[in-house]
Design a protein around this ligand. Structure first.
Ligand code: S3P
Length: 194
């Protein structure tokens, strides 16, 4: 194993193995609460590669939390920063990237994602997302301060707006799936498709 300098990795992804066998980047997309970050970590273990989280990269480079960025700059500016950070993410070794829930739905981000790697959509219905989000809504600026009813309405609205983009992903896995990372690993390594 080799360890990259912290400055290059930020706080989120510390160990890089040199015997990784993933040949292309894997980019996870899906609604907030679908489990992109935790799946990225587990997949990285299976593929023996590094993993990144776009929100963490944004926080590292701006020195602000995502909530702070929304508060200080507003969503529109956040989307520009998000796009720049996505394009800045150019790591040599094939790795796993968890994007933000909104990333694919702005600018040409979804086409860009498909150009840089194998995209995987973690598809989840509103109930699944609501159950996961309602307890942690204050960590997510899109939902903080909203009532139960408003969260449901907002989830339904943004899911409807974003589905078109998510569905451009090369692979879709419909949640809930137990040990989702195992299934993704199996599918993507089948026929050497990655
Ligand atoms: C957002 C999702 C968040 C984060 C930001 C905006 C969205 O990422 O990028 O709060 O628009 O759905 P997660 O999907 O990791 O929560």
């Amino acid at each position: 194993m080799e360890r990259l300098p912290n400055s290059k990795l930020g706080n989120h992804s510390k160990i890089v193995t040199i015997n990784s066998f993933v040949k292309q980047h894997i980019v996870l997309v899906g609604m907030p609460g679908c489990g992109k970050t935790s799946t990225a970590k587990k997949l990285a273990r299976l593929f023996k590669c590094d993993w990144y989280d776009l929100d963490m990269l944004i926080s590292d480079s701006t020195n602000k939390s995502i909530s702070q960025l929304f508060e200080d700059l507003g969503e529109e500016k956040f989307r520009e920063i998000e796009r720049l950070e996505l394009q800045k993410w150019q790591v040599d070794k094939p790795s796993i990237l968890a994007t933000g829930g909104g990333t694919p739905a702005f600018f040409d981000n979804m086409n860009y994602i498909n150009a840089i790697g194998v995209s995987v959509y973690l598809e989840a219905n509103e109930k699944f997302l609501y159950d996961r989000l309602s307890s942690k809504k204050d960590e997510r600026p899109m939902f903080s301060g909203l009532s139960e009813g408003d969260i449901r309405v907002k989830l339904s609205k943004i899911l409807a707006q974003r589905e078109f983009f998510y569905k451009k992903a090369k692979y879709t896995f419909k949640l809930p799936i137990k040990a989702i990372e195992q299934l993704i690993y199996k599918e993507l390594t089948r026929n050497n498709s990655i």
